[in-house]
Design a protein around this ligand. Structure first.
Ligand code: PMP
Length: 360
């Protein structure tokens, strides 16, 4: 069996030791004679899996006690609505930073529930940069400020955290959660779909400061109400049990790897290899402002777009797959989340160099 290097933006690669453990436990978890998939979510076995996963995530991210951790469904996309519904707390509007396609989607959805003040918009630069914080048009009365620390499509990442003072900071960390340490106390709410750095699709994690919940709008659907989920341990309805279990295995794997400090070192090394290859060539290019280049998603174009198909075919013969870029950007995109081994990036860079020699 050959495992391919999968550069997809998500669902993405999972660490092989985690998949092997899941395989070993598939039919019989811990001598219970059942698969985790078959367990009642309210039974003591699954409850222990759920509690351990939460405790490990709290440890890995150093989440303070006054934050709830929710294991939800509906993807990050459901949170685009849940955030205004829960966090407006009687206020009229919220601030949003527009740094790309995902921020734009969050803005469109929030506009159904509140007045959205777009404090900064980098669309005119085709989302290849981020405006300085000093230039943002902050509304001091905003219920919260929402931003997307890593824009998965254009490959634009904030190297800094906006300091919004009393205004709660809300972050869509779908594509860079767990890739480096963050100080959770700087945020009011962090959310992420699981299918990049957390685990399989079907699970959505919300980390929210306790004082921000409990005042959802009356029209809030029960399933989008953070208070309901917090009071029910994320088991108001049947949670995504298997994805929760696998996320728990990933959190343990992260601890074994040396935690997020170690992840950051590795992620920086992997990204630098790829950006160096692009920058040292006249054949490949990446348009993103160097300061804001993503460590997780590296888009690049070829000097001649007619070679795109050939590039993808040659890559596939070397087991390097899902490199096709998003249609809005074109070219290629290499997503190199935590589970992408360094060797995968080494092989990709090697393939890029030989492709350039052949066709460049
Ligand atoms: N936000 C970001 C930054 C994303 O990358 C994605 C998915 N690629 C989403 C939101 C949407 O996530 P989901 O598919 O889990 O709803």
């Amino acid at each position: 069996m050959t495992r391919k290097y999968n550069f997809s933006a998500g669902p993405a690669m999972l660490p092989q030791p985690v998949l092997e453990q899941a395989q070993a436990e598939l039919l019989d978890w811990n001598g219970t004679g059942q698969s985790v998939m078959e367990m009642s979510h309210r039974g003591k076995e699954f409850m222990s899996i759920a509690e351990t996963a939460e405790a490990d995530l709290r440890e890995v991210m150093n989440i303070p006690d006054n934050y709830k951790v929710l294991f939800l469904q509906g993807g990050a996309t459901s949170q685009f609505a849940a955030i205004p519904l829960n966090l407006l707390r009687g206020k009229e509007g919220a601030d949003y930073v527009n740094t790309g396609i995902w921020s734009t989607k969050a803005i469109t959805e929030a506009s159904r529930y509140c007045l959205v003040n777009v404090v900064s918009n980098s669309e005119s630069s085709h989302f290849t940069s981020i405006q300085n914080y000093e230039e943002w048009n902050i509304n001091p009365d905003a219920a919260y400020l929402h931003y997307t620390p890593n824009e998965t499509i254009a490959g634009v990442e904030f190297p800094w955290v906006p300091d919004t003072g009393e205004i709660p900071l809300v972050a869509d960390m779908s594509s860079n959660i767990l890739s480096r340490p963050v100080d959770v106390s700087e945020f009011g709410l962090i959310y992420a779909g699981a299918q990049k750095n957390i685990g399989p699709a079907g699970l959505t994690i919300v980390i929210v400061r306790e004082d921000l919940i409990g005042d959802a709008m009356d029209i809030t659907p029960t399933m989008l109400n953070y208070d309901v989920h917090a009071k029910n341990g994320s088991m108001y309805n049947t949670p995504s049990t298997y994805a929760w279990y696998l996320a728990g295995l990933i959190f343990k794997w992260l601890k074994q790897q040396g935690g997020l400090e170690q992840m950051e070192i590795l992620n920086r090394r992997k990204a630098a290899m790829l950006y160096d290859c692009i920058d040292n060539s006249d054949f490949y290019s990446n348009p993103v402002d160097k300061e804001y280049r993503s460590l997780m998603n590296v888009p690049f174009t070829l000097a001649n777009s007619e070679l795109n198909e050939k590039f993808l075919t040659e890559a596939a013969t070397r087991d390097l797959v899902y490199l096709k870029g998003h249609k809005s950007v074109g070219g290629m995109r290499a997503s190199i989340y935590n589970a992408m081994p360094e060797q995968g990036v080494i092989e990709l860079v090697d393939m890029m160099k030989s492709f350039e020699t052949k066709y460049g």
